[in-house]
Ligand binder design. Structure first.
Ligand SMILES: C[S@@+](CC[C@H](N)C(=O)[O-])C[C@H]1O[C@@H](n2cnc3c(N)ncnc32)[C@H](O)[C@@H]1O
Length: 211
């Protein structure tokens, strides 16, 4: 199920300022060389993530799900000099791909990659973070949310991708569907936070920890 009709999606894409040329190149190589290129966040969400980093004036960002580095570099662009972004992934191929682009970007030095299961990496990190972007394996989304809250500063933001899951949250059929639906419900009932579930792309759940 398309969350937004393709023509509206295209219109929104065309009326959103373009990402830097390097990110276009990264996206193009990802589409050309990776059969799983559907995991790319892309222009609309990438520009939104950069904006969110700027709006919360983030100095420390944590990302779960590096893939080829598109969202990491988008968010790094929004970080002031001296800011840092830690990006987690389990796949060393993702690291090799992303490192080539980080090396060419003026924002690449802000990014540190941590390879391994994201939950283990999170357990080894000290907070607080200003923003956490969750975009790794869906079966762990509830665990990621609970761990992210512990690492977040009061007033900080969690952005969780794919929270409409192509509409499968309406009739959950497998573990991933059920976890995402349960997470959306848990957030709704969580008195520590304010939230809005945006219909951007595949659903982007924004969660602010009350200060
Ligand atoms: C949807 S992709 C991330 C897309 C990326 N944010 C972007 O904008 O291009 C999900 C990533 O999560 C990684 N992943 C899957 N399971 C993981 C785990 N347990 N710990 C850390 N990363 C994991 C995958 O290797 C994959 O690269």
């Amino acid at each position: 199920m398309d969350i937004v009709t393709p023509v509206i999606e295209r219109y929104a894409h065309e009326h959103t300022r373009s990402e830097p040329e390097l990110l276009c190149e990264l996206a193009e190589e990802t589409r050309r060389t990776r059969s799983d290129h559907g995991m790319l966040t892309g222009r609309l969400e990438g520009r939104l993530l950069k904006l969110l980093v700027q709006l919360v004036q983030a100095r420390r960002v944590l990302e779960l799900g590096l893939f080829t580095g598109y969202s990491a570099l988008s968010m790094a662009e929004g970080l002031a000099p001296g800011g840092e972004l830690i990006s987690c992934d389990i796949d060393p191929r993702a690291e090799q791909f992303a490192l080539r682009y980080l090396a060419r970007s003026p924002h690449g030095s802000k990014v540190t990659i941590r390879i391994g299961p994201a939950l283990e990496t999170m357990a080894s990190l000290n907070g607080p973070f200003d923003l956490v972007f969750i975009d790794a394996d869906k079966e762990n989304y509830l665990n990621y949310y609970r761990a992210a809250i512990r690492l977040l500063r009061p007033g900080g933001l969690i952005a969780i991708d794919n929270t409409l899951w192509s509409g499968r949250v309406l009739a959950p059929a497998d573990a991933a569907d059920r976890t995402i639906d349960a997470l959306n419900q848990e957030i709704l009932l969580d008195q520590r936070v304010e939230n809005v579930l945006l219909t951007v792309r595949d659903g982007l759940h924004l969660v602010r920890l009350r200060s």
